[in-house]
Design a protein around this ligand. Sequence first.
Ligand SMILES: [Cu+2]
Length: 182
Amino acid sequence: MNNQTFFISSASVRTKIHLLFMLCISIILTLIVGCNNKVDYSKSVFEKQDTLADLSMAGKEWNIHVDGAWARPTKAGMMSAAYFKLQNYGYVPDSLIRVSSDASKDVQIHLSYINDGIMMMEEQQFVSIQPNEQISFAPGGYHIMIIQPTIDMNEGDSISFLLYFNSGMIIEEDIHVGNPEL
Ligand SMILES: [Cu+2]
C-alpha cells in the first residue's frame, strides 16, 4: 500500500517536473522567435525605408497586391479600422510588419478572436504571407486599427496608408472610407 502511494506521488512529481521543463522550453522558444522578429523589423524598417513597391516589380520575385480596401467612417478622436485583401502573386514569402497613415499617429495591426464568447483583439507584430497566399483583413479577423484619427473620416473620403513589409518593400495605398459592398 505504502509502496503504491509512493509510486503514485513520485509519478506525479515526475509529471510536474516534465510539465515545468516543457514550459521552460516553450518560454525560451517564444523569446528566441520574438527576438529574431525584432532584429528583422529594425533592419528592414530603418535600413531600407525608401524602397517603395511599384509596378516595375510586377512579374518579378516580389509581387504583393492590396485589393478591395475600405475603412469604417468615424469622427476625429474616435476609432476606426481598415480592411483589405493581401495577395502574394510573387515567388517569395514576406510579412506585413507595420502600417502608417496620415490620418493617425497610432495605426496598429490587430487580430480579433473570440475568448469565452467575448470578442477580443490583440496587436500583431507581423502577419506573414506565403507565395500564392491570400490573407483577408476583414471584420472579426485581421484588421488595421486606426486609433484616434486626427481628422473626420467621412464616407467617400480617401485616406493614404503605407504598408511596410519585412523585405523592406512598402505599398502606398489610398483607402476608401465606407464599405463598398454596403
Ligand atoms: Cu483592433
